[in-house]
Design a protein around this ligand. Structure first.
Ligand SMILES: [Zn+2]
Length: 459
């Protein structure tokens, strides 16, 4: 027969533990706190790195020296911060430009209803700092683009938990720009590993990027499908899905009927707007015997909402945090280099080695060639930069040296310059006095660096 619980004994154990924490209040340590971590760092095992040497220094490095940057404090970010803090990382910075929305609360578990409207980075940091003794998370309520090279250079490892491909590419470009080349060879000290996690519904991926050494984000750009867009002919003439009907109303009816006045843009957060789109979509769907148009779906399509699944975030963040631990401790061989996860139907994971693209526009160091006829218009060059699967630029600004002078051929982001340079789009390259073999510089939001292209005239 089992002995009955002795409440007195139990309580004294709790008191004992609390006392230990109190005693070591300065260092925030208590006996056995890192037992689980030291098992990985202080004894060899079948999966340890071939060069592994058991050492107590690894834990010291994780606790005291290693500096981690987490990009994003959303679904993946909350998980990442918790995983890293509990794995012994104490010097963590987190960058996020967003504030907390009530719809985040179901999965971004560091946030509470009272936090709605507050910066995610700040609230997440405060939560971790108060909950994990000794951990110091520093928040940055900013865009990644507002921080400079000096800031990024201070980290040992960068982990991304982002939902934007543009931000990912920018971060990738930033870490590539920090590489120091000596006689064409990368100085290994200048490499900051990038661990990138991504999720979409029940699918996710985790990857390890050693900038300049292994496939970067832009090397595998073809893997990212362009934003889900339906062919216009389907939307306009032969809809089959409820989404097609909603897109029809969003793209064609809204600008035509201007239900809320001329020039009023469709606002996905305005219930009246969504209601209007919803009603018109129902009519459209009825016309084609399509079912499934709901208010919720309407808002989902208008706002391009991808349903977020908390468990997918947890899996991917855990995989990413594990990679951070492996690289920071050198105790295990890191993922090589791309893991996909999918539990839409059953559960599937697969790991493969994404290869570095020889002529990658971001990491190859080789200026790319642009092949155009002298009679091509600048608009065609612009279209190529935005539509090519391997470039997928968003709003490229094109400059070139013409007759010894630096000239902006087209720039979209500043209205006055856009207006001034717009006529250039309908001019031919010859009319713009560009010559065969000349360099053309392109700046875009997808990269912090200006990209150089070589113009090659085709006959
Ligand atoms: Zn690359």
């Amino acid at each position: 027969m089992a002995e009955p619980d002795e409440p007195g004994k139990k309580r004294s154990r709790v008191v004992e533990l609390t006392e230990k924490m109190m005693v070591d209040g300065v260092t925030c340590e208590w006996a056995g706190r890192w037992n689980h971590i030291t098992k990985f760092l202080e004894r060899p095992g079948p999966f340890t790195h071939p060069d592994f040497e058991a050492s107590t220094q690894s834990l010291k490095f994780l606790l005291e020296t290693c500096k981690i940057l987490v990009i994003g404090a959303g679904g993946l970010g909350c998980e990442l911060l918790k995983d890293l803090a509990l794995s012994g990382f104490r010097n963590i910075h987190v960058v996020d430009m967003d504030t907390i929305d009530v719809s985040n609360l179901n999965r971004q578990f560091l946030f509470r209803p009272k936090d709605v409207g507050q910066p995610k980075a700040k609230v997440a940091s405060d939560y971790i700092n108060s909950r994990v003794p000794g951990c110091c998370v520093v928040p940055h309520f900013k865009k990644i683009q507002d921080l400079d090279e000096t800031f990024y250079r201070q980290f040992h490892i960068v982990v991304c938990g982002l939902d934007s491909i543009v931000a990912r590419r920018w971060m990738n470009g930033m870490l590539l720009s920090l590489l120091v080349y000596e006689d064409g060879i990368i100085n290994p000290g200048s490499i900051i590993p990038l661990i990138d996690g991504g999720t979409e519904g029940f699918k996710g991926n985790a990857r390890v990027i050693l900038p300049g050494m292994t496939a970067c984000i832009d090397c595998t750009l073809e893997l990212y499908p362009p934003q889900i867009n339906f062919p216009m002919c389907t939307i306009a003439t032969m809809p089959r899905l409820p989404e097609h009907c909603i897109e029809y109303v969003r793209m064609l009816l809204w600008p035509k009927e201007t239900p809320f006045g001329d020039g009023v843009a469709l606002d996905g957060d305005d219930p009246e707007h969504i209601q209007w789109v919803y009603q018109r979509s129902l009519e459209r769907a009825a016309e084609f015997n399509i079912t499934g148009v709901t208010y919720r779906l309407t808002q989902g399509v208008v706002k391009r909402i991808i349903p977020a699944v908390a468990s997918t975030n947890a899996v991917i963040a855990a995989a990413c945090a594990t990679e951070v631990f492996k690289i920071a401790s050198s105790a295990y061989v890191p993922l090589n280099n791309y893991m996909v996860f999918n539990d839409v139907d059953g559960l599937y994971t697969y790991t493969f080695e994404a290869e570095q693209k020889e002529n990658c526009s971001a990491c190859s160091q080789i200026p790319l060639d642009l092949h155009f006829s002298p009679s091509s218009k600048l608009q065609e060059v612009l279209d190529y930069l935005t539509e090519s699967a391997s470039l997928q630029m968003k709003s490229p600004a094109i400059t070139a040296t013409v007759k010894g002078k630096n000239k902006t051929l087209y720039l979209q982001s500043v209205a006055s310059i856009e207006q001034r340079t717009r006529p250039n789009l309908s001019k031919t390259l010859k009319e713009l006095e560009l010559t065969d073999g000349q360099e053309v510089a392109v700046a875009d939001v997808t990269t912090p660096q200006t990209m150089l292209f070589r113009l090659c005239f085709t006959s």
